[in-house]
Design a protein around this ligand. Structure first.
Ligand SMILES: [Zn+2]
Length: 450
């Protein structure tokens, strides 16, 4: 399959001018909580001028019990948690809260480091890098993906949802005998949730599920999942047996509403976009909404929080339709791979409790293989581990759910690049190598299943 390297969108215009479709609410002036999950406006892109990104170290367990640092900083200083694990907390703080937040850290003798003094500069640089790296491509930037023919897909820049869906249709059109495109449901804002299946023998072959974009701001994730699809199909006829004799499922964007919102209004948006009981707070963290340890650690009951778990397990359409789709296909379902960023890790269950799965040695071994191959190929260092040890305990995750509810053996969450230099705002020049690292994991898992 020849992929036309053609640019199909004007990302700058999308980011700067577009208004968001879907639900809009008036600003509720009665709330004084500066939470990151609060809806501020009317579709005008939010700016992060002089917002600082901090890494806070040495948050001891004892302190976490009495003062949950991330939660306090989220609620008191409008902090936006980027990453929380056993070693550190990455959190961005708006310029108006920097002084008070600094005093809070000092008062509690918490060590910290400024990863970025201006998050808006990271966002601007990401955008500029995408523009520069696509200048040499043929075709107009303003050209939109057409419903037929070439999708204009490439991996020199991040793409809008439309282009990603056009790419999925393009693959289906090029492989009509083995590709099937499902619309498995719709989001709260009415967008389709699409899964592409590739299989020469869906009844017999072992199944591998791959999803991306469950968290909106992790743009490298859909970019990687589309790349894995491209890499698999671009030389399908000559792929080894262990790749061809599998049934592959690709859900490139599990959270389409959130993804569009992150591209048009708030670059740092994480959740989906469903309305809540709090008029100005939107969104559920889909990776806290699955029916496994849902009521436990690592999620919030506050609709304004970035880790809001929702009103019940699978309360969200995205969660519900994915769970139903997979439950119907659990026969032969041997792998569940879910791509996130950032941290450079390949991790396996459990996340909802501090216990390893009984075959952890098998999962560790395959993860080690993938990690070694990545180091050889791109020189990037990934860590293979059980989830709770490196990311802390959190319930409601899709990875744990696929193991607990469906008995999938090879369950991996892949935290792609980087380790905090750019965080979610990874410049487009790193997409290709990062996506290749994602492919290496999928390939190693497919080989292990053979
Ligand atoms: Zn994530």
């Amino acid at each position: 399959m020849s992929m036309r390297m053609e640019l199909g969108l004007l990302m700058a215009a999308t980011l700067l001018c577009a208004t968001v479709s879907g639900t809009m609410t008036a600003l509720n002036g009665s709330s004084s909580l500066p939470l990151a999950g609060i809806e501020y406006g009317n579709g005008i892109p939010e700016r992060f001028d002089e917002t600082q990104l901090w890494r806070i170290y040495n948050i001891t367990d004892a302190m976490q019990q009495s003062i949950p640092v991330g939660q306090v900083m989220e609620q008191k200083f409008g902090g936006n948690i980027w990453k929380e694990n056993s070693k550190f907390l990455d959190i961005s703080i708006g310029k108006e809260h920097v002084k008070a937040a600094r005093s809070f850290l000092d008062a509690h003798r918490l060590e910290s480091e400024v990863l970025s003094g201006n998050v808006q500069e990271l966002i601007d640089a990401e955008q500029l890098d995408g523009i520069n790296s696509t200048l040499s491509l043929p075709g107009s930037r303003i050209k939109k993906a057409s419903r037929s023919g070439s999708s204009g897909m490439h991996w020199k820049d991040y793409h809008d949802l439309e282009t990603i869906y056009a790419f999925m249709r393009e693959v289906r059109a090029k492989f009509p005998d083995i590709a099937r495109l499902y619309t498995i449901g719709q989001t709260a804002e009415g967008r389709d949730i699409k899964v592409l299946r590739i299989s020469e023998n869906p009844r017999e072959y072992k199944k591998i599920w791959i999803d991306g974009g469950i968290h909106a701001r992790e743009w490298i994730s859909p970019a990687t999942v589309t790349y894995i699809l491209y890499h698999l199909m671009s030389k399908w006829e000559t792929q080894p047996k262990y790749l061809r004799e599998k049934t592959w499922y690709f859900l490139c964007v599990m959270n389409p509403d959130g993804y569009v919102y992150s591209r048009t209004v708030n670059r740092l948006w994480r959740k989906n976009r469903s309305p809540s009981r709090r008029a100005n707070c939107f969104g559920v963290d889909l990776n806290r909404n699955f029916d496994i340890g849902w009521n436990g650690y690592g999620s919030s009951t506050n609709p304004c929080s970035d880790t809001y778990r929702g009103t019940s397990p699978a309360s969200e359409q995205e969660t519900k339709v994915v769970a139903e789709f997979l439950a119907k296909r659990k026969h032969n379902l041997d792998a569940y791979l879910t791509y996130h960023s950032y941290g450079q890790m390949v991790v396996y269950p459990w996340a909802y409790k501090a216990v390893k799965v009984k075959d952890a040695n098998v999962l560790q071994r395959v993860a080690n293989t993938a990690v070694d191959r990545i180091a050889q190929k791109t020189g990037t260092s990934y860590r293979a581990s059980v989830t709770h040890e490196v990311l802390g305990i959190a319930g409601g995750g899709s990875d744990d759910w696929s193991r607990a509810a469906l008995g999938v053996q090879y369950v991996y969450t892949i935290e792609l690049r980087d380790r905090g230099t750019y965080g979610f705002v990874l410049p487009p020049k790193y997409i290709k190598d990062t996506a290749l690292e994602g492919w290496i994991v999928a390939d190693a898992v497919a080989q292990a299943i053979a």
